[in-house]
Design a protein around this ligand. Structure first.
Ligand code: FNR
Ligand code: 8K6
Length: 347
């Protein structure tokens, strides 16, 4: 029997999705100057409510989490009210939505806020802020234990704000070389205390954030995105695999809503992961609900899910190009191909 991706899927006792096709989190840099979602964002997300679950664009948990212009936040009452309009519109159109909670760590730039750029260790990234090339990245400050406690508390507060804003749950952004991922990779974490050096220590921050978020919104409304293979803002280290080998069974015990791989092309294999792709590696180490992502067509996703490679699919760029992706698939209509120029406007 083949699985129908367009049939409902029960995530857990709290959340049932109307189909297995998720909208991947997609940063669009279109919030207003107070980082509040706009009416264009309300309409953009509502148009995509046919997907089983919309994952919001990465949304910063506090000012020093920002590394790109006009990325929305979830730390002021104005931002919460702005998101409320988005979630109301998505719900009115029959959809569900999680907020992706974000801190970019060392990829932050002080152009956007007052204060230090924070990271596990004082190791900078090369390069500059996209679209603002004059802003080159700086060497971050290694966080103190007090900084870490504050960060964990602020992830939990942002999760609480997300529920107040009407989201059905949250996806913690632990992927793509941002703060949580910086703790998980040797290239960015050279700490000598209980947050560094061993897989257990390097996993501590990710697990503390996850547990703090679960404590306020419940495990059934908490998801996590991870990038075991370094590919963006990060370089590979052969020791990285051991960190994820420790982390994945720990996460399995938390019975999350789902675990999500963060990758642009899931055919990419990683030497540090014994030649596995992101979804192969996560599937081997984690038995809970897994979301696959990364350059999948609907047909390829159907095949992968039927081969039990993962349970749900997240679609990113094709959903930028086709707000009506689900009905096009249902009706066998041709999709509009994605192009980078489409990022200039919220359609
Ligand atoms: C992304 N991606 C991304 N990932 C994430 O975790 N948070 C984010 O905010 C963003 N933002 C973002 C913006 C843009 C313009 C692109 C193209 C991608 C990655 C995204 O969620 C997804 O993993 C990739 O796009 C691969 O999926 P597709 O597009 O091949 O279906
Ligand atoms: C202002 C620019 C918008 C910033 C978007 C940030 C979200 C991450 C998307 C960046 C794309 C990077 C692609 C890296 C692919 C590497 C493939 C090996």
């Amino acid at each position: 029997m083949t699985t129908d991706l367009l049939a409902p899927f029960k995530l857990n006792n709290t959340i049932e999705l109307k189909n297995r096709v998720l909208m991947a989190p997609l940063t669009r840099c279109m919030a207003d100057d107070n980082l509040v979602p706009t009416q264009d964002m309300v309409d953009y997300y509502a148009r995509r409510a046919q997907t089983g679950l919309i994952i919001s664009e990465a949304t910063i948990i506090r000012p020093d989490a920002q590394g790109y212009p006009n990325t929305p936040g979830l730390f002021t009452s104005e931002q919460i009210q702005g998101w409320r309009k988005v979630t109301d519109a998505v719900h009115a159109s029959g959809g569900k939505m999680f907020a992706q909670l974000w801190h970019v760590g060392r990829v932050a730039h002080p152009h956007f806020f007052d204060g230090d750029v924070l990271a596990p260790s004082a190791i900078g990234v090369e390069g500059s802020v996209p679209r603002m090339r004059e802003l080159t990245y700086i060497t971050p400050k290694a966080v103190t234990i007090d900084d870490i406690k504050g960060l964990v508390a602020d992830y939990a507060k942002a999760a609480e704000n997300a529920i107040e804003a009407g989201f059905d749950g949250v996806e913690i952004h632990g992927a793509n070389g941002y703060l949580i991922d910086q703790f998980l990779h040797y290239a960015a974490n050279t700490r000598s205390d209980e947050y560094g050096q061993t897989p257990e220590n390097m996993s501590r921050f990710a697990l503390e954030v996850t547990d703090a978020v679960i404590a306020v919104v419940s495990n059934e409304r908490t998801a996590l995105r991870l990038t075991p293979g370094a590919y963006f803002n990060m370089s590979e280290d052969s020791r990285d695999k051991a960190v994820f080998d420790y982390l994945l069974p720990e996460l399995e015990k938390r019975d999350l809503a789902y675990l999500h791989g963060g990758i642009f092309d899931d055919s990419t294999t990683f030497d540090a992961l014994e030649g596995k792709t992101t979804s192969e590696f996560l599937r081997a180490g984690y038995k809970g609900t897994l979301v696959g992502v990364g350059s999948y067509s609907f047909e390829a996703a159907k095949e992968a899910i039927n081969d039990d490679k993962f349970d749900l699919i997240a679609i990113g760029r094709p959903l930028i190009a086709n707000p009506d992706y689900i009905s096009k698939i249902e009706n066998g209509e041709e999709l509009v191909p994605y192009s980078d120029e489409m990022l200039a406007e919220l359609k």
